[in-house]
Design a binder for this molecule. Structure first.
Ligand code: GAR
Length: 215
């Protein structure tokens, strides 16, 4: 069974979706640890309650990104992860860190990348007037919120939506596609080859989800 480590910065609802899938028997992984860069991250308590080893490494205690990322990698590597999962981990990672985990580093982002990298994705989608929005699981490269796409979910932007209603609609889909992507990795159906996603042929059609609201 593959070993995974999850990095969070806050609420940890994507992490919870992964724990729930593991508990339901639909995600065959060992969640070795949950690590946060914020000591007060709510998700750390949730993980500890689920009996998972938790750590925090406060980025504010380090002089720069390189030193923080080196300490983070040292902690992560004590768990020998097959896969490292960014689940609302709100730190820009150094190229050395990303290279170290190449092909085994996934992120979830609340937009249909390459649209809306960065922050405030839902408000920006509303401001632009797009009709379709969503979320993306991708392998991480050194470029922020960029990298080979594994799976996306599309949701409609409805008349009367505000940031809160739109983010809730997207989050429901995040909780579907992240466990799905990790399951594919755990079952050796998802790999990164020469910088490109290789997904078992029978799964290609499952790599785009449509929310029930999307007609
Ligand atoms: C999620 O919406 C995730 O997609 C986003 O942060 C939120 C974390 O929520 N991540 C990013 O914006 C990364 N660029 P959670 O802590 O409840 O999973």
């Amino acid at each position: 069974m593959k070993n995974i480590v999850i990095l969070i910065s806050g609420r940890g609802s994507n992490m919870e979706a992964l724990i729930a899938a593991r508990d339901a028997g639909t995600l065959p992984v060992n969640i070795a640890a949950v690590i946060s860069n914020r000591p007060a991250a709510q998700g750390l308590e949730t993980a500890a309650r689920a009996g998972i080893a938790t750590h925090y490494i406060d980025h504010k205690a380090f002089a720069g990104r390189e030193a923080f990322d080196a300490a983070l990698a040292e902690c992560i590597d004590t768990f020998a992860p097959d896969l490292l999962i960014l689940a609302g981990f709100m730190r820009i990672l150094t190229p050395d860190f990303v290279r170290h985990y190449e092909g085994r580093l996934l992120n979830i982002h609340p937009s249909l990348l390459p649209s809306f990298p960065g922050l405030h994705t839902h408000q920006r989608a509303l401001d632009e007037g797009v009709r379709i929005h969503g979320c993306t699981v991708h392998f991480v490269t050194a470029e922020l919120d960029h990298g080979p796409v594994v799976i996306q979910a599309a949701v409609p932007v409805l008349d009367g939506d505000d940031e809160s209603s739109l983010s809730a609609r997207v989050l429901r889909q995040e909780h579907q596609i992240y466990p799905q992507a990790v399951r594919w990795f755990a079952e050796d159906k998802l790999t990164l080859v020469d910088g490109k996603v290789r997904l078992a042929a029978e799964l290609r059609d499952d790599s785009l989800l449509r929310s029930p609201e999307l007609r």
